[in-house]
Each structure stands twice: as structure tokens, then as C-alpha cells.
Design a protein around this ligand. Structure first.
Ligand code: NAD
Length: 467
């Protein structure tokens, strides 16, 4: 399978997707290795993950190089690579506390006690997308490993160059043999994992998520789906517009808008609409493409060619229906084989435009005016998605009041896209943005374990209900 380079457009890399038989063999070995992995206990698993962290650290430069080739962008990649170590440390700390909790307790029947056991799933399948290839391949993997599961990860076929480096780091830690596997492949490999594993963590589009959900249903396994979004921001007339414009621009444009939690719709109250739009235009015009050098400028290429078509189609639809383009050229621009999209501030947008209803996954800022607060909330909730959102208002109370009415799993208050940087808040995806328990916050580790109860007659008392 040929892989495209997002900066040059050249197909300069190849992967060899594994077939179902090969995956079956790998997964069989993982099943038997996992028994020992769970037996050895949490202290052992923490020690092994710390060793792996060192191994990844030693190869950090190679990892960054591969990820830059995969994604074409530089500064976001440095952030992504930095997150590995802190993520492992954070989860090691959480799981240490989690497994040391006392779990014997009295029941409501005086002579009976309860002891809880947690039984990890044997093999977790992780299927991840291309927008943050490393981070999103690890976000469920680390807690699942610490929970006592073995994990097989299939990153996106669009950005697979980093896989080889990760595989080499795993080889450096013999305790991870058959416990952690990274495999190359596309949709068919992902579909095979849905048949062969015991639980699936899927991050990707809602369209593919539905297929994964169906496959998990056929296989009767649990599934965690983290899917698309169409995040709205509401800005009231009392908001600090200097803050709001800077935060919204970052939330919409970071990683060239290729984030599930990216700001995709902006609702501004009438009195401040023009002022907010002018500030967004001025600040957007200060940005520049990370071209020809990936290290200069803030806007890297659109990573996937398919996404270029989606962005162009949505912009064309908006322009045809009367939207005004204030910045950029109204489409992705081809430069040396790569495609780049300049942060595009749009006004005269209407609720029926694709750019207001479908996920864009690009640096597009459509701004719509509202008069009353209820109208803004209704517009913000007018979507099949419910991933996250944001509110800017003069006081925290006012912002919280609006945020409570927004139907999404995480709301940034007087800031934007905070789930990108803050992983402690427990949250569910609302509506078609996902399904399953929270992947963020300490309780996320529980998703990887089945709960088992021992119901103990500790006093050897005869039960009064016996014959
Ligand atoms: P995608 O759905 O096209 O692909 C995601 C993964 O699924 C890839 O690894 C792909 O190979 C695999 N896949 C494809 N067909 C499959 C099948 N039938 N069975 C199993 N696996 C299959 O998504 P994408 O284009 O790679 O990523 C972009 C999408 O991901 C956006 O919609 C974005 O919002 C979403 N996303 C969501 C989150 C979140 O946390 N909610 C985070 C990042 C990205």
C-alpha cells in the first residue's frame, strides 16, 4: 500500500497491511502473554511502562522525524512527542492509586460482605486516525496496558511512518513482547481487529465509527467510539473580545484545523459581531503557511488528500450560497505538491451551509450573528455532533449558564479547545460524537476491566431464606 507525503504529494512510502490470518496468530500469542502480564501486578506493569518511556525517549528524534514526514507539520509534532512521557507518568500515578484502594465492604445484609475484583479484557484493539497519529494511538493504549490488558494498535494508513520507530522501541523492552503490538494497515485491518479482539477503542470519523459499532455488535464486544465534531463557540456582547478572538483563532486553526475538538462555528452577539470579525481577520492575517520550511509559519499542510476535497467542497458550497470570504483564497492552495488552507474567516453564513453542518476539519472560521442568548444556544445545538464547545462572556457565571445548556461533553469557559491540553476532566461525547465511558480523567482506566463481585458469607451464618 502506497503512502502519500503531505508536503510533496509524492507516494514515497509503503506499508504492508497484515491479513486476518497473520493478525490471528499475533493475537493468539497476546492472549497467552496477557495472563502473565495481569498476574505480575500493577507495580510490575508500572516498571515496564517506565522502561518503555525511556526507550521512546531515546528514539524521540527519530520519532519526530517520522511524524513530520507523516503529517508535514513541525511544532505540533514536537508537542505531540512531548506528551508521551507525561502521559505515561500521569497514568502510572493514577493506576497506582487506583489498584491500591481497599475493596472489601459490608453489604446491606449484616452477615454478608462484598469484595470487588477487576478483570482486565485480554486483548484491546486500538484503531486511530491521522490527525495526531502518535498521541491518538496512545491515549487509550497506556491506561489499557496498566489495567492489565494486552493492546494491539492500528494507526491510520495515512500517517504510518512513525510505526516502525515505535515497534523498535517496544523491541527494546522484552517484557512487552506480545503485550503491545503496533500493526500497519487500512480499513480491512481495522475491520479484522473488530472481529479478533475483546474490546475496541476507535477514534475516527462518525461514518467509520458506525461500521465499527456494527462489527462490535456482530462480535458482541464493547466498543468505545471517539468520533467527529462540529464545535460551536458562543460569544456574548459582554465578552473580552481580545481574549475571545485570540482563543478562537487558536482553537480553530491549530494543526490547520485538523482536530476533532477544533472550533468550527462561531456565534457572535449582534453588538460585538463586527468587532469580533475584524479582530479575527486581523489576527488570521498575521499567520503564515509553514512553507517552504515546515519550521516557519503556523499553518502546515492538510494531511489527507481526501480532507482537501472535503474542505474545498464545503467552501465552494458556502461561497455559492452567498458567504463572504474575508481571509485566504476560498480554497486549499497547492504548493509544491502539498495542499495548504489559509485560516478563512467567513461571514454571511447560514445554518444550512455545509460549513455550518458538516465536520470541516480545516482552519475555517464561519461567524454568524445572533440577537438573543436562547437563539445562540439553539443554533449551537443544531448539529448531530456533541463533542465539545466554548463560551466567552463577561463573567464566568454568565458563560457557565450558557455552557450548561450546550449539548456537548466538554465546554471551555472563557477559553477555547481546552480538551486539547487538559486531560483530567471526565467527559462523554454527546450525540454522534461518540459512545462509551470517558477516555479522559482517572476513571477512564476502569473501561478496560470487567467488574466482578465476590459475595461472601464471612460470618458463616445460616441464611434466613433457606428452605
Ligand atoms: P477514519 O474514520 O477515516 O479512519 C480512522 C481509522 O479507522 C483509520 O485507522 C482507518 O484505517 C480505520 N478504518 C477505516 N475503515 C475501517 C473499518 N471498516 N473498520 C475498522 N477500522 C476502519 O477517520 P480519519 O479520517 O482517519 O480521522 C479523522 C476523523 O477522526 C474526524 O472525523 C475526527 O473528528 C475524528 N477524530 C475524533 C477524535 C475524538 O477524540 N473524538 C480525535 C481525533 C479525530
Amino acid at each position: 500500500m502506497q503512502v502519500r507525503n503531505p508536503r510533496t504529494g509524492a507516494y514515497d512510502y509503503e506499508i504492508e497491511p497484515l491479513n486476518e490470518l497473520e493478525l490471528t496468530t499475533i493475537i493468539q500469542k497476546m492472549r497467552s502473554a496477557q495472563e502473565d502480564w495481569v498476574e505480575k501486578g500493577i507495580d510490575f506493569r508500572i516498571e515496564v511502562l517506565q522502561k518503555w518511556k525511556e526507550s521512546v525517549n531515546l528514539r524521540k528524534e527519530d520519532l519526530i522525524e517520522a511524524l513530520i514526514l507523516d503529517t508535514g507539520r513541525s511544532w505540533e509534532t514536537l508537542l505531540e512527542a512531548d506528551i508521551v512521557a507525561s502521559s505515561i507518568d500521569r497514568w502510572c500515578k493514577i493506576s497506582k492509586g487506583f489498584f491500591s484502594q481497599e475493596n472489601r465492604r459490608n453489604s446491606s445484609i449484616p452477615f454478608l460482605e462484598i469484595e470487588q475484583d477487576l478483570v482486565p479484557f485480554s486483548v484491546v484493539g486500538v484503531i486511530s486516525p491521522w490527525n495526531f497519529p502518535l498521541l491518538l494511538s496512545l491515549i487509550d493504549t497506556i491506561p489499557a496496558l496498566l489495567a492489565g490488558c494486552s493492546v494491539i494498535v492500528k494507526p491510520s494508513e495515512v500517517t504510518p511512518r512513525f510505526i516502525k520507530v515505535i515497534q523498535e522501541t517496544i523491541l527494546e523492552v522484552p517484557e512487552l513482547e506480545h503485550i503491545l503490538e503496533y500493526v500497519e494497515g487500512a480499513g480491512a485491518t481495522g475491520a479484522a481487529l473488530c472481529k479478533l479482539t475483546d474490546i475496541i477503542c476507535f477514534t475516527g470519523s462518525t461514518a467509520t465509527g458506525k461500521k465499527v459499532y456494527q462489527a462490535a455488535c456482530d462480535n458482541f464486544i464493547p466498543v468505545f467510539l471517539e468520533l467527529g465534531g462540529k464545535d460551536a463557540v458562543i460569544v456574548t456582547e459582554t465578552a473580552d473580545l481580545e481574549r475571545a478572538s485570540s482563543a478562537i483563532l487558536w482553537g480553530s486553526v491549530a494543526n490547520a484545523g485538523q482536530s476533532c475538538l477544533s472550533v468550527e462555528r462561531i456565534y457572535a452577539q449582534k453588538a460585538i459581531f463586527h468587532e469580533l470579525v475584524s479582530r479575527l481577520i486581523a489576527k488570521a492575517n498575521n499567520l503564515k503557511f509553514a512553507f517552504p520550511n515546515a519550521k516557519d509559519g503556523q499553518i502546515g499542510p492538510i494531511i489527507s488528500e481526501k480532507q482537501v476535497e472535503i474542505i474545498n467542497e464545503q467552501l465552494a458550497d458556502a461561497i455559492e450560497k452567498g458567504a463572504k470570504v474575508h481571509t485566504g483564497t476560498g480554497k486549499c492552495e497547492e504548493m509544491n505538491g502539498g495542499f495548504y488552507c489559509f485560516p478563512t474567516v467567513l461571514t454571511n453564513v447560514t445554518a444550512d451551509m455545509k460549513v455550518m453542518t458538516e465536520e470541516t476539519f480545516g482552519p475555517i472560521l464561519p461567524v454568524m450573528q445572533y440577537i438573543a442568548q436562547d437563539e445562540a444556544i439553539e443554533l449551537a445545538n443544531q448539529t448531530i455532533y456533541g463533542l465539545s464547545g466554548a463560551v466567552f462572556a463577561g463573567t464566568e457565571e454568565e458563560a457557565m449558564q450558557i455552557g450548561r445548556k450546550m449539548k456537548a461533553g466538554a465546554i471551555s469557559i472563557n477559553d477555547a479547545a481546552l480538551t486539547a491540553v487538559m486531560h483530567e476532566g471526565e467527559k462523554n461525547s454527546f450525540k454522534m460524537s461518540g459512545i462509551g465511558g470517558t477516555r479522559m480523567g482517572p476513571s477512564a482506566i476502569k473501561r478496560f476491566m470487567k467488574q466482578k463481585a465476590f459475595l461472601i458469607n464471612s460470618k458463616q451464618v445460616n441464611d434466613p431464606w433457606w428452605f
